[in-house]
Design a binder for this molecule. Structure first.
Ligand SMILES: CC/C=C\C=C\CC(=O)SCCNC(=O)CCNC(=O)[C@H](O)C(C)(C)COP(=O)(O)OP(=O)(O)OC[C@H]1O[C@@H](n2cnc3c(N)ncnc32)[C@H](O)[C@@H]1OP(=O)(O)O
Length: 362
């Protein structure tokens, strides 16, 4: 098994080298992103009454700011492969941050992403998350702005699987299974995190990138984005979520099968028409602004209501209707006792919106 994976990695690497010399044309060419990303505005608005100092589980002291960094909020926590920023009030922006390698998912990434979302899930000061990829914009290279994810790091992950130990085939297989389960957990952490997660995809979203966005609650992309269930091309059946989640996102099993069997690129318009993404934006700047606006709208609402809604939507996807109805009844027998309902009803009577209600942290 390990040998097969390494061989797959090597084939992928040869493909990559080939790619560098000779670009494979897309079915319809991907135009460069029309405008560069401008830094998002610093967090706006004041903290709500429920937002106290102890809540910021992820916060670390801000570093000294250079001119560029001053335009953006400081990261809340340092990771090797991620940049986590409080882009708006109660909204975190998680960027895959290995732009020079097109955000290829290294061994560190798999660990850090899981850690990050476990922390986000527990951070009461965060109510919604946007996930995006850092692109060439950070190195100010004009032209193609490919950044959302090159899939697994074919170099590092090949040797990661080669290192699987075991005295015989059974023991190696046992350990390999354990590793695969851990990698699956990385993206399941996004789904298990009760805060809604919005994927904002620009440029390429390849292989494990599709696994990642399939575990998000909302998906948006730029008009130059493309998606590729690439695993068959490196000799694997996808095993970290695409085959399980994509058929429940895209209405057509036939289309999912075609994409997964052929690894053909799917461009943004088709991704929207099949329901993989629900909105397409002209460029990365408007995409991020749109995603953050929606995240802010979510974050303004009752966290009891929003997080209960996510948990029940995920449950309902995976269970029959009668079971899901029982589940939500049990859920709400506690949650209907929240003061958020009283506050919301009162606000509605006073012709106010949820934005005007100081919901306590959850
Ligand atoms: C348990 C396992 C879990 C999940 C398994 C998932 C399987 C997969 O993810 S399959 C998909 C594997 N990925 C690929 O096949 C993508 C290969 N890359 C590309 O096709 C292109 O790089 C691109 C993403 C379309 C971007 O093209 P471009 O903008 O022209 O950049 P490049 O010059 O090709 O690359 C720049 C730089 O990044 C390195 N790189 C890109 N992708 C990967 C990768 N997947 N792994 C490792 N490194 C990658 C590339 O080698 C270049 O590095 P230099 O050091 O600058 O040479």
């Amino acid at each position: 098994m390990a040998a097969a994976l390494v061989a797959a990695g090597l084939r992928g690497l040869r493909g990559l080298r080939g790619l560098r010399g000779r670009r494979t044309p897309s079915p319809s060419p991907v135009p460069p992103s029309p405008s560069p990303v401008t830094p998002s505005p610093p967090p706006g608005g004041s903290r709500r009454p429920g937002d106290g100092p102890g809540a910021a589980a992820l916060r670390v002291p801000a570093r000294p700011m250079a001119a560029e960094a001053a335009a953006r909020p400081s990261p809340v926590r340092s990771f090797e492969t991620l940049r986590v920023t409080p882009e708006r009030d109660r909204v975190l922006h998680v960027e895959l941050h290995r732009p020079e390698k097109r955000n290829a998912m290294s061994v560190a990434f798999w660990r850090e992403m899981a850690e990050c979302f476990r922390d986000v899930g527990r951070d009461p000061s965060c109510r919604a998350v946007v996930v995006s990829g850092a692109g060439k914009i950070f190195t100010a290279v004009p032209g193609g702005d490919v950044g959302a994810g090159a899939g697994i790091d074919l170099v590092e992950m090949g040797s990661e699987f080669l290192r699987v130990e075991g005295e015989d085939a059974a023991r190696k297989a046992w350990n390999l299974r354990q590793k695969i389960r851990e990698f699956q957990e990385t993206f399941s952490a996004l789904e298990k995190c009760p805060k809604p997660v919005i994927a904002a995809v620009h440029g390429a979203c390849v292989g494990a990138g599709v696994d990642l966005i399939s575990a998000c609650d909302i998906r948006y992309c730029t008009q130059d984005a493309w998606f590729q269930v690439k695993e068959v091309d490196i000799g694997l059946a996808a095993d970290v979520g695409t085959l399980q989640r994509l058929p429940k996102i895209v209405g057509s099993q036939s289309l999912v099968n075609e994409l997964a069997f052929t690894a053909r690129k799917m461009m943004a318009p088709e991704a929207q028409s099949c329901g993989l993404v629900s909105r397409v934006f002209p460029d990365k700047e408007t995409l991020l602004r749109g995603a953050l606006d929606v995240a802010s709208a979510i974050a303004a609402r009752s966290p009891v209501a929003v997080q209960g809604t996510k948990v029940n939507l995920v449950y309902a996807r995976d269970h029959p209707v009668p079971e899901s109805l029982r589940y939500v009844a049990t859920w709400n027998m506690s949650m209907l006792q929240t003061e958020d309902i009283l506050k919301s009803v009162q606000a509605a009577m006073e012709k106010k919106g949820p934005e005007d209600v100081p919901f306590s942290k959850l």
